[in-house]
Design a protein around this ligand. Structure first.
Ligand code: ATP
Ligand code: MG
Length: 385
């Protein structure tokens, strides 16, 4: 008798047809990479994935964070023999400390006697005969005792919801505009959870934004990195651009012009690194620059798709995710960011594209972008998980 983890993956992977193998391989590689340093064995039995650990708690903690894993169950492996199955199923039902239960059987081993229905019924009857307070409820049971019959039999009732999504690295790449705020780390997490490889760019306005503000962004990138292990962070000098805008443009247009520069630089660094899209933490209506008009005007300079996974989300829901993924506490540290330092008193909420293009034409846009790109420093995150 052995305790194992049964790893289940998102049903979307099953729908990938001929590509299924590719997705499975990537998922398995990603699982193996988070398990580095642990003593474990990976075993398959009729298409099911099992992991055996010396330290099952630590293994579980790591596996449920892997994108593409939908659920992890703690199973007991026994011989495929009806007496053993009944005994173990009874134990699971008692340990669940619930009142209602049902038995579900999956019989992949067709040599095993009886249909799935027969087995569920016999095991259920055995549990009822050997307990006093348990009742069967086939519709909404508190506890489902699963019996899987393959080469061996696997009995379980404990299932833990995992990260879900698609295997990281199976859906192209993106350049996340990562600020020190609450939203952008969540946006990055959501893209990565759908399999998109993540890179980050942070616009740093030294000396107006402090070293500590930069450290905070690095820490956020590090937290994101703990989910995927290959996140790059580009730190881009942004002071000169901001100074030029402040000196030469209208005060109420500072924010929108600044956002257009961020977008241009992010696209350029993406291009130079073969990254096909940009992601931001914008949410419609959240602040003055995130009105529909503001988004249209800043989007106009992008030369590749810009994804905004939070666009239709409420702040409270974004904050919930931030707490869940572990970025919230860092995001709320009170260090200034470059946008808060240069905020105009009355920013334009309905900028018009032609006007903004005219206003910014006094700047040497190409040179400013080129210098910011050249001055960018690439920081490889510590792949320690
Ligand atoms: P966040 O919580 O992500 O900072 P926010 O609500 O504060 O977002 P803004 O400051 O208007 O909103 O920024 C909108 C988006 O622009 C951010 O989500 C982020 O993607 C990007 N952004 C803003 N400031 C920076 C910066 N200094 N470096 C990189 N990206 C930035
Ligand atoms: Mg911000």
């Amino acid at each position: 008798m052995k305790k194992l983890l049964l790893v289940k993956y998102a049903s979307e992977i099953f729908l990938k047809g001929l590509n299924k193998g590719k997705f499975e391989k990537k998922l398995l590689d990603n699982i193996k990479s988070v398990l580095k340093g642990l003593n474990y064995e990976f075993v398959t039995d009729s298409g099911r994935w099992f992991l055996e650990f010396d330290n099952i708690e630590e293994g579980l903690k790591r596996v449920i964070r892997v994108f593409g894993v939908s659920e992890v169950c703690i199973v007991t492996e026994i011989e495929a023999n009806m007496e053993e199955i009944k005994k173990q199923a009874l134990k699971e039902a008692i340990e669940s400390k619930t009142v209602t239960f049902k038995v579900e059987t999956n019989r992949a081993n067709k040599n095993f006697e009886g249909t799935s229905m027969d087995i569920s019924r016999d095991v259920g009857a055995y549990i009822l005969a050997n307990t006093e307070n348990l009742k069967v409820d086939v519709r909404t049971p508190e506890c489902i005792v699963n019996v899987e019959i393959r080469k061996n039999a696997y009995i379980y009732s404990k299932r833990i919801k995992a990260a879900g999504g698609m295997p990281y690295g199976t859906n192209g790449s993106t350049m996340l505009m990562l600020s020190g705020g609450i939203d952008s780390p969540v946006a990055g997490y959501m893209m990565a959870r759908r399999g998109v490889q993540l890179n980050c760019v942070y616009f740093h306005s030294h000396p107006y934004t402090s070293e500590r503000a930069k450290e905070k962004v690095k820490e956020l990138a590090n937290i994101l990195n703990s989910y995927m292990g290959d996140v790059k962070l580009f730190v881009t000098p942004f002071t000169e651009i901001q100074m030029q805008i402040i000196e030469k443009c209208r005060e109420d247009e500072l924010t929108i012009i600044m956002r257009r520069f961020m977008m241009r630089v992010a696209c350029k660094i993406a291009e130079l690194n073969g990254i096909s899209s940009v992601t931001t933490g914008e949410s419609i209506g959240q602040v003055a620059s995130q009105t529909m008009e503001g988004l249209v005007v800043s989007n106009d300079v992008a030369d590749r798709p810009v994804f905004r996974p939070l666009i239709a989300m409420d702040k409270v829901d974004i904050m919930d995710i931030a707490r869940k993924i572990g970025t919230f506490e860092t995001s709320i540290l009170p260090y200034e960011d470059c946008c808060t330092i240069f905020v105009p008193k009355h920013p334009k909420t309905k900028p018009r594209l032609e006007e903004i293009i005219k206003s910014e034409s006094v700047l040497d846009i190409d040179k400013l972008v080129e210098d910011a790109v050249k001055g960018s420093i690439e920081i490889l995150q510590n792949p320690e998980i």
